[in-house]
Ligand binder design. Structure first.
Ligand code: ATP
Length: 570
């Protein structure tokens, strides 16, 4: 109920549009009732072979209601679709605004296909809230009231009987069919989500599935989900058919009741046969308003489920927040890391445990250590993807939590070990780092990153996840992005890990040149050319165990010297 009320609350800005559409929907069905009543009047009057002029009122009525019904139906569709699309637009913007601050920390727990389903399908299914859940009951209530007055004008007993049949069609039948259908919409929704997750896994992991001979297994699971979904959809269609039949029975019950209670009035002459025929036809037409009601009740379940899935994300508190009055990014860019500790959610081992070191402005510091030592975690904390549990990071003497996170990320360029390339052109992938860059600047950056070969391919598609480029080219493209970003602080997280020794050598030279005068923190576990760094911090199980320059650390003959000797086979 709470979720439903929250969903209704979201449509509040469109209340007037919704009311207008419901009123026009009512007028459309009202015209349908008028059309059938006028037709019945015309046919029964004509059967008595009167003068043509006596039929004039009926002919005018048929024309009027026939035309107005079409025009009103068009207006109702126009307004209700307009309202629905406005609601969808608002919901999508609202959801995106809420999701963006959650990335990446709070979204790590969700599979990407699951998130996609929430953004696309769940929001799409909420359009029902207006089109199928709110509007039909309002229209049905207004139609019930209209028929009450029309029939009640001739006979209260007939009106009471019709009302009973309408309540059965409008409340009893939807509740009954919704009870039979309980869980169907939810299951269809869940099965669709499962199908999409599997489909994305199959497409993205096709290579691995082929290698391990699991393609059949996965497609079998996809077929299984599909057949379960089809069975559920069949059940939903049968229930819909049941609902239409029951509504038909209620309508026929109303007709029998009118005849039963009004025929004595015809015999006494209080009501003539023409009126009786018109009333019967009018009541039959009114039942059109009750047909969408089962959809309304069934959709509540699916909509509430979709709403729950969306609110689950919306209600998540972002890991970081933007300070109310952020300070400008400092002029000087010396980095000071003090007593930093951090544990990933769900992990019982700290990734960082009391780490402290400084990177003076314009200097180059390497962070080395075995896999899992916590090196990349420092990068994530530096750009505020996560907040440290303890300690602080300062740039130019300012704690980074006092800066605007976006400004911080503009000034701290990162090349990580996993570069994400968008399924767009190489040019667009580069412009991400510097939206205003000219082609000359893009080409310069490519040359500096050792990617002369891509100079003439700026408009080529990079492929899904950059699959049209080699691993080394993707990495060098990330370095070209960093060159374009031109930030005073550079973080290199295994930036040259995927390159062959010769290219790595060339690129390290490039990085040294391009990062001249900038503050550089480079994470590596390949100990090549370590004499390039002013300082080396050795991390082990989240703690700093050694620090110094290459010569000093070799002389100390500790962990670093051991790593270095191992890698250089001495
Ligand atoms: P590598 O050189 O292999 O990249 P690293 O030194 O950069 O390793 P981190 O990636 O910082 O190590 O990871 C430190 C620890 O935190 C590891 O034990 C890792 O399993 C854990 N870890 C990293 N990312 C996450 C995450 N998103 N959720 C949970 N644990 C994580």
């Amino acid at each position: 109920m709470k979720t439903f009320l929250r969903l209704i609350g979201l449509t509040r800005p469109f209340a007037w549009w919704m009311a207008l559409a419901a009123i026009i929907g009512f007028a459309t069905i009202g015209s349908g009732i008028g059309l059938l009543m006028a037709s019945a009047w015309l046919i029964t009057t004509a059967a008595l072979i009167p003068q043509l002029s006596a039929l004039q009122a009926g002919i005018t009525g048929v024309r009027l209601f026939g035309l107005s019904r079409g025009a009103l139906r068009y207006a109702e569709r126009l307004i209700s679709h307009n309202t629905t699309f406005r609601i969808l637009t608002r919901l999508r913007i609202w959801f995106y605004d809420a999701v963006e601050p959650l990335a990446p920390a709070r979204l790590a727990a969700y599979k990407s296909a699951d998130l996609l389903k929430r953004i696309v399908d769940d929001i799409q299914s909420l359009e029902n809230i207006y089109a199928r859940v709110i509007s039909p009951p309002v229209t049905a209530a207004l139609v019930t009231l209209l028929i009450w007055f029309i029939v009640g004008h001739w006979s209260t007993a007939a009106a009471e009987g019709v009302l009973t049949c309408q309540l059965a069609a409008g409340i009893g039948v939807p509740l009954l069919t919704a009870r039979i259908a309980r869980g169907t919409a939810r299951s269809i929704n869940g099965l669709q989500a499962e199908q999409q997750l599997l489909a994305v896994d199959i497409v993205e992991g096709m290579g691995e599935l082929r290698v391990f001979g699991m393609v059949g297994n996965y497609t079998e699971r996809l077929h299984e989900a599909e057949s379960k979904k089809l069975a559920m959809q069949k059940k939903a269609s049968l229930i819909e058919g049941l609902h239409e039949s029951l509504t038909g029975i209620a309508m026929n019950g109303a007709v029998i009741w009118i005849l039963y209670s009004m025929l004595p009035l015809v015999r006494t002459g209080a009501v003539n046969t023409i009126t009786l025929a018109s009333v019967v036809f009018g009541v039959m037409a009114s039942f059109e308003a009750f047909l969408p009601l089962t959809g309304a009740v069934q959709n509540i379940e699916a909509d509430v489920r979709a709403g729950e899935r969306l609110f689950e994300i919306i209600d998540t508190k972002p890991e970081i927040s933007t300070p109310e009055h952020p300070e400008p990014f400092p002029e000087s860019t010396g980095i000071e890391i003090r007593n930093l500790a951090f544990t990933y959610p769900g992990s019982n081992r700290p990734a960082l445990d009391g780490v402290s070191f400084n990177v003076p402005q314009g200097s180059r510091t390497a962070i080395v250590g075995p896999s899992g030592a916590g090196k990349s975690t420092i990068t994530s904390l530096m750009v505020r993807f996560w907040n440290p549990a303890q300690g602080a990071i300062s740039i130019g003497g300012k704690n980074i939590d006092r800066l605007n996170p976006e400004e911080l990320r503009q000034n701290v360029a990162v090349v990580s070990q996993r570069t994400y390339l968008f399924g767009q052109s190489i040019r667009e992938n580069l412009l991400l780092a510097a939206p205003g860059a000219t082609d000359i600047q893009l080409r310069q950056a490519l040359t500096m990153a050792g990617l002369d070969s891509l100079q003439s391919r700026l408009d080529d598609w990079a492929g899904q996840h950059g699959m049209n480029l080699s691993g080394g080219e993707r990495q060098r493209l990330a370095i070209a992005r960093m060159i374009l970003q031109d930030a005073p602080v550079n973080l290199l997280d295994e930036a040259t890990a995927n390159l062959d020794a010769v290219t790595e050598e060339a690129l390290l030279d490039t990085l040294e040149r391009t990062s001249e005068g900038r503050t550089v923190m480079a994470i590596t576990h390949r100990l090549h050319h370590m004499e390039r760094y002013d300082d080396i911090v050795v991390l082990y199980e989240g703690k700093v165990i050694e620090q110094g320059n290459h010569e000093e650390l070799l002389a100390a003959n500790g962990f670093y010297a051991g790593m270095w000797k191992l890698q250089h086979k001495e």
